[in-house]
Write a protein of this length. Structure first.
Length: 193
């Protein structure tokens, strides 16, 4: 019984470290956040942080892996599907839901893009975006249609950050953004729309 409690406590501590670190990374930037600062907010020692994570980058990578699992699932699912309008629109629906669930991480990735280029998490994020983009485009279609589909992904991704600045209900704004991206992809597939 005690073993289970200890494992749960370790999991809770690990999650708390991730939550505080992400909050600080978003607020202060990755480079300006120290392990000491994370430890102070959690009221634990730096060795306690090191018990769970080898480095600040290790914390960031663990956050990314936890929150990006739905994107990996989209990629796995999408690779098994036919490349048609219905699949592409479902990829966008699923990606929209994944973005909604991980807004703090995506905001951090966007605001710290230059810093992340050299970190493993930046490379993994880039690979995910490339994979989704490849599933949305077809090399045998016109350049215009390929760009429409890629633009739909970028519109959905970056449009998520514009939504807080637009008045209105949050769900209605997300639905409208998704509708716009669906129309972009449908315009690239007039024979299926």
């Amino acid at each position: 019984m005690a073993g289970k409690g200890t494992k749960k406590e370790r999991g809770d501590t690990r999650r708390r470290i991730q939550d505080v670190a992400l909050e600080l990374f978003v607020r202060n930037g990755y480079e300006k956040t120290s392990l000491r600062e994370i430890a102070e907010i959690l009221e634990v020692s730096k060795p306690a942080i090191y018990y769970h994570f080898k480095s600040k980058e290790d914390i960031l990578l663990s956050i990314f892996q936890d929150l990006s699992r739905p994107v990996d699932d989209i990629i796995s699912w999408g690779r098994q599907q036919p490349r048609n309008l219905e699949t592409k629109q479902e990829i966008l629906r699923r990606y929209s839901a994944a973005l909604e669930a991980s807004v703090p991480l995506v905001r951090f990735l966007r605001e710290n893009e230059a810093t992340l280029r050299d970190l493993k998490v930046g490379k993994e994020f880039g690979q995910q975006m490339t994979s989704i983009g490849e599933m949305l485009t077809d090399s045998d279609t016109s350049l215009t249609d390929q760009l429409r589909c890629m633009s739909a992904l970028l519109t959905l991704h970056f449009g998520t950050f514009a939504l807080p600045n637009i008045p209105g209900d949050a769900q209605e704004k997300r639905s409208a953004l998704l509708e716009i991206t669906m129309e972009m992809v449908a315009a690239a597939h007039p024979e299926e729309a």
